[in-house]
Design a protein around this ligand. Structure first.
Ligand SMILES: *[C@@H]1O[C@H](CO)[C@@H](O)[C@H](O)[C@H]1NC(C)=O
Ligand SMILES: *[C@@H]1O[C@H](CO)[C@@H](O)[C@H](O)[C@H]1NC(C)=O
Ligand SMILES: *[C@@H]1O[C@H](CO)[C@@H](O)[C@H](O)[C@H]1NC(C)=O
Ligand SMILES: *[C@@H]1O[C@H](CO)[C@@H](O)[C@H](O)[C@H]1NC(C)=O
Length: 401
C-alpha cells in the first residue's frame, strides 16, 4: 500500500511532489500549469526587471515620432475602467474621485511564439517581476493607491503587451464657477503623466472603457448631491515656449451637475415663506410700530444667517451666486418694507394737512389713499416682488432640467 502511494507520487513527479486528485484537477489543467511554468521560466530566464524597456536613444533635435530606428514612440496607455465621484469640496475647489484604471505598455522582451507553447497566449505574474512605468498624477492634490504593494498582478500577452490594474483615489484641484449656484455645473480634469521620460521617448494614450459610457452606468458615478453628466478623455500636450519641457498629459474630464433640491427646500423655499409672512406682519394694521420693526429686523437677521449658511458652501470668488442674489433681493424687499412703515406716518403728517387745504377732487382721492390703501398697495406690491423673485429662482431650476 505504501509502495503504491510512492509509485503514484513518482509518476507525477515531473509536475510536483504532490498527488493530484483526478476528481479535482483535470489532466488538461495540469498540462496547462506545466506549460505555463515552462513558459514563465523561459521568459524570465534572462529578464532583468530593473532595466527599462523604453527606447530612449533619441536626440533632442529629432522630430517627434518620426524615427526610423523604432516604429513609433514607446506607447503607454491608460484605460479608465470606472469612475466614482466621492466628494466635492467647493470652498477648497477640490474634487475627489475613485478611479479604476488599467495601464498597458509594451515590453518586447516578454513576447513569445504561441505555437511553441500550445497556444498559451496570456500569463499572469507578480508585478515586481517586470519593469513597470510609474503612473503619476499631474497637478493633482493627492493620490492614494489602494493596492497593497505585495499583491499587484499583471497580465502578459504573447505579443509583449502588459496590463496592470490600479484603483486610486485622486483629489484634483478644480477651479469652480459658482455664479449659478445652486444650479451650477462644474468641469474637472484629472491629469496623468509619465515623469522622467520625455515626450520624444514616450507617447501617452488614454481611453475610456466603452461599456461605462452607457447612460445607466454614468448615472451611478455621481453622489447624492452631484450627478456626473459627461465623461471624456483626451491627450493634451503641455507646451512651453522652449520646446524642452513639453509633456504628454492623459486627461480625463468630468462634468458634474449639482442637484439643487437640498438648497430649494433648505434655503429658497423657507426664505420665500418667511419674507411673505413678514410682509404681512409689517403691514398689519393693528400692530404698533415697534412690533412691526421687530418683525422686519428678525427677518433681516434670518436672511443674513441664511447667507452665512450658503457662504460655507462656496469658494470666496468675486461673483455673487444666484442664491446670494435671491437672498439679497429678499433682504432689499424687507428693507423697503421697513422703510415704508417707518416713513408712512411721517408722510401722512406732512401731506394730509396740505392736501386738506387744496380741496380738489384729486387731493381728496390722494388723502383717502394715504389712509390704509397705501399700506395695502405696498404690501401687495412687495408680496408680488417676493413671489416673482421666488419663481424666477425656480425658473433657473427648470431651465436646467
Ligand atoms: C516543460 O519543460 C520540461 C523540461 O524542459 C519538459 O520535460 C516538459 O515536457 C515541459 N512541459 C511541457 C508541458 O511542455
Ligand atoms: C502606438 O499606438 C499607436 C496608436 O494606437 C499605434 O499606431 C502604434 O503602432 C503603436 N506603437 C507601438 C510601438 O505599439
Ligand atoms: C513559431 O514557431 C513555429 C514552430 O517552431 C515556427 O514555424 C514559426 O515560424 C514561429 N513563428 C515566429 C513568428 O517565429
Ligand atoms: C493552436 O491554434 C492553431 C490555430 O488556431 C491550431 O491549428 C492548433 O492546433 C493549436 N495548437 C494547439 C496545441 O492547441
Amino acid at each position: 500500500m505504501y509502495l503504491g502511494f510512492i509509485v503514484t507520487l513518482f509518476s507525477f513527479s515531473d509536475i510536483s511532489a504532490f498527488y493530484h486528485d483526478p476528481g479535482l484537477y483535470a489532466p488538461g489543467w495540469i498540462d496547462y500549469l506545466n506549460l505555463q511554468e515552462n513558459l514563465t521560466n523561459d521568459l524570465f530566464a534572462n529578464y532583468d526587471p530593473t532595466i527599462s524597456t523604453v527606447y530612449a536613444d533619441i536626440a533632442d533635435w529629432e522630430p517627434l515620432g518620426d524615427n526610423p530606428r523604432t516604429i513609433d514612440r514607446w506607447n503607454y496607455t491608460i484605460l479608465l475602467y470606472y469612475l466614482k465621484l466621492v466628494e466635492v469640496q467647493e470652498p477648497a475647489e477640490k474634487v475627489s474621485v475613485v478611479l479604476e484604471l488599467v495601464e498597458r505598455w509594451y515590453d518586447p522582451r516578454l513576447s513569445w511564439n504561441i505555437s511553441l507553447y500550445s497556444n498559451v497566449s496570456t500569463i499572469f505574474a507578480r508585478q515586481e517581476k517586470v519593469w513597470s512605468p510609474t503612473l503619476s498624477p499631474f497637478g493633482v492634490n493627492e493620490i492614494i493607491d489602494f493596492r497593497d504593494q505585495d499583491f499587484r498582478l499583471i497580465s502578459i500577452d504573447f505579443t509583449g503587451y502588459l496590463n496592470d490594474y490600479l484603483s486610486v483615489r485622486v483629489s484634483a484641484n478644480c477651479p469652480m464657477d459658482v455664479s449659478r449656484f445652486p444650479f451650477d455645473s462644474q468641469t474637472c480634469q484629472i491629469r496623468f503623466c509619465l515623469p522622467i521620460f520625455n515626450i520624444r521617448q514616450v507617447k501617452i494614450l488614454n481611453e475610456i472603457y466603452e461599456g461605462i459610457l452607457q447612460e445607466k452606468i454614468i448615472k451611478t458615478m455621481g453622489n447624492s448631491e452631484w450627478k456626473v453628466v459627461s465623461l471624456t478623455n483626451r491627450v493634451e500636450q503641455l507646451k512651453y515656449d522652449d520646446d524642452y519641457g513639453n509633456m504628454d498629459l492623459a486627461v480625463f474630464e468630468i462634468t458634474i451637475r449639482r442637484n439643487p433640491l437640498y438648497y430649494i427646500y433648505m434655503i429658497v423655499f423657507p426664505s420665500f415663506v418667511i419674507n411673505g409672512i413678514s410682509i404681512v406682519g409689517i403691514f398689519l394694521k393693528s400692530a404698533d410700530k415697534m412690533s412691526k420693526l421687530n418683525v422686519g429686523l428678525t427677518n433681516i437677521m434670518t436672511m443674513t444667517f441664511i447667507l452665512g449658511v450658503m457662504a460655507d458652501k462656496i469658494p470666496r470668488t468675486g461673483s455673487i451666486p444666484l442664491l446670494g442674489i435671491y437672498i439679497i433681493i429678499n433682504l432689499l424687499i424687507m428693507i423697503i418694507a421697513i422703510t415704508v412703515v417707518v416713513l408712512i406716518t411721517e408722510l401722512r403728517q406732512w401731506a394730509v394737512p396740505r392736501l386738506k387745504l387744496k380741496k380738489s377732487y384729486m387731493s381728496r382721492k390722494l388723502e383717502t389713499f394715504l389712509g390704509s390703501p397705501i399700506e395695502y398697495t405696498c404690501a401687495i406690491l412687495l408680496e408680488f416682488l417676493t413671489t416673482a423673485n421666488f419663481f424666477v429662482m425656480i425658473g433657473f431650476w427648470f431651465e436646467d432640467l
